[in-house]
Design a binder for this molecule. Structure first.
Ligand SMILES: [Zn+2]
Length: 245
């Protein structure tokens, strides 16, 4: 069978997905002559969620293109900020990204999170049903065709993960409007209306400012506030001026 050889060049930030022994700038790849470009790129280990434009001999080509012998394929990263048309921007995070989920919620970003490992098929189905961008460090999950949209989370450190997601998708930031525990929306509250839910010491020390419309959790400006405030201020400083249309 004819097995044409092509040359693949990929952006530096995508080479982390390619096995180290093949991680050159120009990679000679022998295809099976019938596989699409998308399949070839995925077989190198690069999730298609991370791929922007594909150029074949300098001209843009779709993932369905079947590369022929001698072609040079350039794989570009997804553009930032990335637009996800078709639904309001909202996310679904897998079981390993709980801290990132809470930080996104702190900033008012809709971030559903599965605290139990419900499995890749169930996660992908939820992404599709609710039109949520799946965030994960699991490339196998990101390869699932039924995903609404997906994005690889590049760092294993929550602060870098947050900057990665905010820089990539430029969500509208609305700090202190969402429950960090359950992702529900908050409404204003005062001590009088929620007083019976507070312990005596808390009631005397702090000012209540919000309550979750989903789980009734009460929020007040309390002991951990300075640390959370720093996360909010850092995010607003770097990403607060960017909004998606
Ligand atoms: Zn809640």
């Amino acid at each position: 069978m004819n097995r044409p050889e092509i040359v693949v060049t990929s952006a530096p930030e995508l080479r982390i997905f390619i096995p180290s022994e093949r991680r050159g700038e120009r990679l000679a790849v022998r295809t099976d002559g019938s596989s699409s470009l998308g399949h070839v790129v995925e077989s190198l280990g690069i999730p298609l969620t991370e791929v922007g434009r594909l150029l074949v001999d300098g001209r843009e080509a779709p993932v369905s293109h079947v590369p022929g012998a001698g072609e040079t394929v350039e794989v570009r990263p997804v553009e930032r900020p990335q637009r996800v048309p078709g639904a309001p921007l909202r996310f679904l995070l897998d079981v390993h990204l709980g801290t990132l989920a809470r930080r996104l919620r702190l900033l008012g970003v809709d971030a559903a999170y599965e605290s139990e490992d419900i499995g890749d098929p169930a996660l992908a189905a939820r992404s599709a049903a609710e039109r949520r961008v799946m965030l994960s460090r699991d490339r196998g999950l990101l390869r699932r065709r039924e995903l609404w949209a997906g994005a690889y989370v590049y760092s294993d450190r929550p602060d870098e993960q947050l900057r990665d997601v905010l820089g990539r998708f430029a969500p509208v930031l609305a700090p202190w409007t969402r429950c960090t525990a359950c992702n529900g929306e908050l409404h204003d509250a005062d001590k009088d209306t929620v007083g019976d839910r507070l312990e005596h010491g808390t009631r005397h020390t702090y000012d209540v400012f919000a309550q979750c419309t989903s789980c009734d959790r009460v929020y007040w400006r309390g002991a951990h506030h300075a640390r959370l405030e720093a996360i909010v201020q850092d995010a607003l400083r770097e990403f607060g001026g960017v909004t998606t249309g």
